[in-house]
Design a protein around this ligand. Structure first.
Ligand code: BGP
Length: 481
């Protein structure tokens, strides 16, 4: 039963992208490589997926892209700044053309009354810093992240109110080798990811403090990937496994951002497993101070997860994404003595093996509100699929409409239960590179006509979901049909 019929006044309706996944113009233009440029070149060579050199060519299509957002009625747009575009060496000399690009984009958004929500870092660390000291492996990154944050905050402070420091820190930690260019030593050091996580928390805290110091009325958050962890059965051992997984994968990150402390049971587990990281005097004070500047939590919600008691002796492994786009190809995560992933028989999934669970969105929104009493913004949510461009230029994507409709219903239920939801920015405004499946796996409301092999002209076409979402926004979420 739907209790809330429409959304609060001023609710932000929009969509999201990230820089390296859509901008293109990766080589030249005064910019230098970031680690995603390099990683995506490698993915291209190994799997044949498109690399970041052209991506959706948003760099050259940004006016058209913003016009399409305005046509849908967007009141917000979440995008990220490409660190190596504005500061090619990570710190020091800026690139005037790159700095100007974001001024132009922001100008275009404001001209259409679209509120920008800007991510400082979405996986794309400048290679200059990776080569200099190993990126997130060195404490130096904390100073350099602050330098970058202060640079963009000073530059864009009059144009941007909502700032997100880091995208999906828990994903960066859990897939440390896929999201970063690591040295061999880092790759084989089991503690590395938790030390890097600590540096991310310090960097985030410095940036959050800077948002409050530099931006008049600035609001600071970070976007976390969020899945509820369900127990496989009501066997108390499975229930305990679900609690462990929630602590390890979710609360460990939220507790640091929102409360300025580390979840005790996770620290105890890391110590037991020989994975504990180094905390220097003053670090926890900084993390605490950062938490006092944390205004809202961004969540990226795609799916829920199911776990059971870990098999004794099972080796640690991360979840492996489905790379081939045929159902069933998924390898579940194992954290020894903590939990083990498994299939949830109650819910279906996409061709890319993402469980489809709108109820899970209501669950996480209410859980966050009950535990932390903090406003939330949905910064990603979406359906990746092989879309087909018909001869007449139409794209029929009923599966995406269905997915988003059910998730909006879950948002309504959560609001009815007291959740302070600021906005909805599904993934993605227009088609862009997937992190795992090239351009063939599409999420956008707007189709970008290119393939993994042929960049063509990146012409834009409106999908059926474009018209549907436009109507949802026009009725402030009242009409979902
Ligand atoms: C999130 C990332 C995005 C985006 C999305 C879809 O984790 O923040 O960058 O890509 O997932 O995932 P994928 O591209 O792998 O399908």
């Amino acid at each position: 039963m739907e209790i809330v019929t429409s959304f609060p006044e001023g609710f932000l309706w929009g969509a999201a992208t990230s820089a390296y996944q859509c901008e293109g113009a990766a080589e030249g233009y005064g910019k230098k490589d970031n680690q995603q440029d390099v990683i995506n070149r490698e993915i291209h060579d190994e799997y044949g997926y498109a690399d970041a050199s052209v991506a959706s060519d948003h760099y050259h299509h940004y006016k058209e892209d913003v016009a399409l957002m305005a046509e849908m009625g967007f009141s917000s747009y979440r995008f990220s700044i490409n660190w190596a575009r504005v500061l090619p060496d990570g710190v020091g000399e800026p690139n005037p053309e790159g700095v100007e690009f974001y001024h132009n984009l922001l100008h275009e958004l404001h001209a259409h009354n679209i509120e920008p929500v800007v991510t400082m870092w979405h996986y794309d660390l400048p290679m200059a810093l990776v080569n200099k000291y190993g990126g997130w492996g060195s404490r130096q990154i904390v100073d350099d992240f602050e330098y970058y944050a202060c640079f963009i905050l000073n530059e864009y402070k009059d144009e941007v109110k909502y700032w997100l420091t880091i995208n999906e820190q828990s994903i960066v930690v859990n897939y440390i080798d896929r999201k970063n260019k690591l040295t061999n030593e880092q790759k084989f050091d089991p503690k590395f990811r938790y030390q890097a996580n600590h540096y991310m928390n310090l960097a985030h805290a410095r940036a959050a403090i800077a948002v409050h110091e530099i931006v008049p009325g600035g609001q600071c958050g970070a976007a976390l990937d969020m899945a509820p962890y369900y127990p496989h059965t009501c066997d108390p051992k499975d229930i305990l496994a679900a609690k462990n997984a929630s602590n390890f994968k979710n609360y460990f990150y939220m507790d640091a951002y929102i409360c300025g402390e580390y979840t005790e049971s996770v620290l105890a587990y890391l110590k037991r497993q020989g994975l504990m990281f180094d905390i220097q005097p003053g670090d926890m004070e900084l993390i605490k101070k950062g938490s006092e500047c944390f205004d809202f939590l961004g969540i990226n919600y795609y799916q829920s997860a199911c776990v059971k008691a870990p098999t004794p002796g099972a080796a640690r492994r991360s979840k492996q994404n489905n790379k081939i786009g045929k159902g069933g190809h998924v390898v579940y995560e194992v954290q020894p003595d903590l939990f083990e992933g498994c299939k949830n028989e109650f819910i279906g999934d996409t061709d890319f093996s993402m469980p489809i669970d709108p109820v899970g969105l209501e669950y996480v929104l209410e859980d966050i509100n009950d535990r932390y009493h903090i406003p939330v913004m949905i910064c990603e949510n979406g359906f990746g699929a092989y879309d087909k461009l018909e001869k007449d230029g139409s794209i029929h994507d009923p599966y995406r409409i269905e997915y988003i409709r059910e998730h909006i219903k879950a948002m309504k239920a959560a609001i009815a239960n007291g959740v302070k939801l600021l906005g909805y920015n599904p993934w993605s405004a227009f088609d862009l590179l997937s992190t795992s499946n090239g351009i063939a796996k599409r999420y956008g409301f707007v189709y970008v006509d290119r393939t993994d092999d042929d960049v063509k002209e990146c012409k834009r076409y409106r999908k059926d979901s474009f018209y549907w979402y436009k109507n949802v926004i026009a009725t402030n979420g009242k009409n979902l049909e």
